[in-house]
Structures are given as C-alpha cells and as structure tokens.
Design a binder for this molecule. Structure first.
Ligand SMILES: [Zn+2]
Length: 439
C-alpha cells in the first residue's frame, strides 16, 4: 500500500463546510455556506434568486458563497431552458449539490478480513478492495492496516474524480461513537479501547467516524436498499452473531454510547442455550447456525450446546440443512420453525417497543428465505401487538456487503448537509442572523 509523503499531512481539509457543527464554534461565513448547502440538498436545485428568498442571505453575499462552493466542487451549475409558453425569455441557471463528485472512504474490518471502499454520496460504490487476514497480533498492527487501507481508498477516490469528505470505520464490536473508540470486539483478540477515529483522521487528514458494522448496514439499507422510504426501520443481521440497528428518520438510534440495537442479546427463553456473552437464552444463541445443524443431525444436548458456543466452522452443514428443508426433510423444517419462533419472540418484543414500519433482515441466514420468513410471519402474532403488525413490512436486505459503505455515505451526507443549528456558537460572538443575513 502506498505511504503518505511527508508534507502532505499538514494540508488543510479542502471542504469548506462546518463539519459536525453541534456545539462547535463556527464562523458566520461557515454558517451561511452550511445554510446554502443544506437548502440545496434538502429542497432541491435552486437559482441564486430562489436561494436568496429561501435563506434571507443578501444576493451579493450569496454570489460570493456560491462562487466558493463551486470552486470547491461542492455544488454545480446547470442551465435549464425556459418552459415553452411560460412567458420567461431567459434560460435559468440552477445550482445543485455535486453528490456524484463527493464521497466517503470506508473500512470494514474483523479478525479475518478487511474491506476498504469508496462510495459516492448518490449511493454508488465506486471502488472496493478486500484483504484476507490474519493481520498479526495486537491492536496496533490492525490499526496500521486499517489506516493504510483508508489512505489507499482516498487515493483511489482521487483518481476517480471523487472528493472524499470523510472516512468511516465499520467496527466488529462495541464502540463509543463520542470518543471515537472501538471498545471491545469479542472475535478480535486485543481489540480493546482503540482510538480508531483519531488514527484514521490523522492518517487521511479527513474527519472520521466510527460505528458498529451493523449500525452502518442499517443506515445503508434504509437510505439506499430494502428500507428506502421507511421513516422508522429496524435492521437485523442474522448470521453467527446477531446484531442490528434502529433507524429513525434517517438517523441511527445510538443509545448512551452507540450500542443500541443489540437485538442478538435480548433474551427469548429462560432456560435456553448458553450464549457467548455469558447469558442464557439470548436470540443469538438460539439461532447459532452451528447449534441448528447439530440439532438437525440429532446430536446429544451437550454437543449441541458446545456447537452454539463455538459458533463457527460449520462448513457446508448449514447449507445442507437448508437444502434438506427445501426437500421437505421434516427434522430440518422443525429446526428452522423453532428458530423462526425464537426470532418471532425477539422481533415481537422489538415491534411492540419500537413500532417500526419496516423490518429488514440481512446476513447469511436469510438464504433460508421463505423457510424462515413463513414460520416467522405465522408466529409473530403471538408475540407482538396486532395493531403494530398491521402494515408492517418484513423484507430481506438488498445491498450485501456494500451496505456498510453506503451507510457511511448516508450518515455523512445527512450531517454534511444538515441545517446549521440555531444554537451554533459563533467565533465573533454575534449572531449571523443579525449581522450578516439580515443586513
Ligand atoms: Zn448473549
């Protein structure tokens, strides 16, 4: 991987926008640039005069701001011919956000593989590369790999004409989004309290964000995949580890430190199988593919339990069980129906608690398709309020492994083009609404 040359590190970020302005001091010009960008993104293309009416910024100042934003490649101009018979003789020049020319770099990592990608803000993955591990011992090694992968993605974006505005880390464990640290990942030895955001930001000279991989996937599916158009959605990954994310009006519900959505460790039975977290009867333990295949093969109870805890190395057994179920093997169907019932318990409680309009199921388990969905839909009325089930859509995820990177793009787009907060503090003290906009 290419290393960054000396001297490049000191370069100023090229994006003249207030990044994550909450609570930060921003200048009056920055406030107005943010207002113009947010208006163009959320209200659609607009002329300079139209922007003046929408924002109250004087036309002369707007021309300056738009010039800056055009030069920075954040917006572009398009000329619209006058409508026939509209009475307007002149073509109109509209301004719009340059979403295809802006993008994010994302790195998705775990103990055994790493994927880096570039996604533009329209929602297209423009570049992707994968490395297979292991990446050596210790957090420092992995952190270095992640930083190099991020730099490589930024370089690839530049070659493709995409201006990267932020870098996102998709972590396999729990994270603290406020301090930008990876807290702990059960499957990655030594990965504890790691300052991922700080390192990524220094390595790329760009703003960086961290989120649980499941959280990014949830955001990606809702913005660009099976959750499109849903204001209230719950995403659940079903594979060896079960995770999820709750998306409300385009934003991920964080909880206290970013861990909200760990549906895998909600308890669905009192005396169920032991879980890797130390608890008993977690949804994740009930649905562990290794446990299900051990049950299908009629293994004794203690072997079934060991399989649930061991988790991985099931080889093709799970696929074989699905195939057997498709061919009407009664034991395979029974095992899947029991798994669907456990899932219905977990989802039923989630539905009654959160009242979502859509549930999106992702992860390898969804290869079961109707073998899982049909018994799930049959069982759900026993575990959720009937009125909450009416109109609720349950869909399979559409984006596969792209969802993490598109989730970063969705999050960054939402924050980058947020309306500046009324409570923003200004470096020069005075409110821009008095001294600049209304002058
Ligand atoms: Zn658990």
């Amino acid at each position: 991987m290419g290393r960054m040359k000396k001297g490049e590190e000191a370069k100023e970020p090229s994006v003249p926008l207030a990044w994550f302005p909450d609570g930060k001091r921003i200048t009056k010009p920055a406030y107005n640039r943010q207002l113009v960008c947010a208006t163009l993104f959320r209200e659609g293309p607009e002329s300079r005069v139209g922007l003046h009416h929408r924002t109250g910024i004087p036309l002369s100042r707007l021309s300056e701001i738009c010039g800056e934003l055009l030069r920075a490649g954040l917006i572009r101009e398009s000329v619209i011919a006058p409508a026939v018979g509209s009475g307007r003789g002149r073509p109109q020049t509209l301004l719009e956000i340059e979403l295809r020319g802006l993008g994010v770099a994302g790195v998705c990592y775990g103990g055994d593989h790493m994927i880096a990608a570039v996604a533009d803000l329209v929602g297209t993955v423009r570049w992707q590369r994968r490395w297979d591990g292991p990446f050596g011992d210790g957090a420092e090694r992995l952190l270095r790999k992640i930083s190099e992968a991020a730099r490589l993605a930024v370089d690839a974006a530049t070659k493709d004409g995409v201006q990267v505005v932020a870098v996102g880390a998709a972590d396999p464990g729990t994270v603290d989004v406020t301090s930008g640290r990876a807290v702990r990942a059960v499957n990655v030895p030594g990965w504890q309290n790691v300052p991922v955001v700080d390192r990524l930001s220094k390595a790329t000279n760009l703003p960086a964000v961290i989120e649980r991989g499941d959280g990014w996937q949830a955001l990606g599916e809702v913005a660009f995949g099976a959750g499109r158009g849903a204001g209230h959605a719950v995403f659940v990954t079903l594979l060896e580890g079960i995770g999820g994310g709750i998306v409300e009006n385009g934003r991920l519900l964080a909880g206290r430190d970013g861990s909200a959505g760990e549906i895998g460790h909600t308890r669905v039975s009192e005396d169920g199988p032991l879980c890797g977290c130390g608890g008993r009867g977690c949804l994740e333990a009930h649905l562990a593919p290794a446990r299900l295949t051990a049950l299908w093969k009629g293994r004794p109870a203690d072997r079934v339990q060991q399989a649930a805890l061991r988790g991985k190395d099931i080889g093709d057994d799970f696929a074989k069980m699905l195939q057997a179920a498709r061919e009407n093997d009664p034991r395979a169907r029974e095992v899947l129906a029991d798994a669907a019932t456990a899932l219905a318990r977990g989802l039923g409680n989630t539905i009654s608690l959160l009242n979502p309009e859509r549930i999106i199921l992702g992860g390898e388990f969804v290869e079961a398709g109707d073998l899982l969905l049909e018994p799930l839909k049959q069982a759900l009325p026993r575990y959720a309020l009937r009125e909450m089930l009416q109109g609720l859509q349950i869909r399979l995820a559409e984006l596969g492994e792209s969802s993490s990177f598109l989730g970063v793009a969705a999050h960054v787009r939402d924050r980058l083009f947020a309306y500046p907060s009324v409570g923003a503090r200004f470096e020069e003290g005075a409110s821009p609404l008095q001294s600049e906009v209304a002058s």
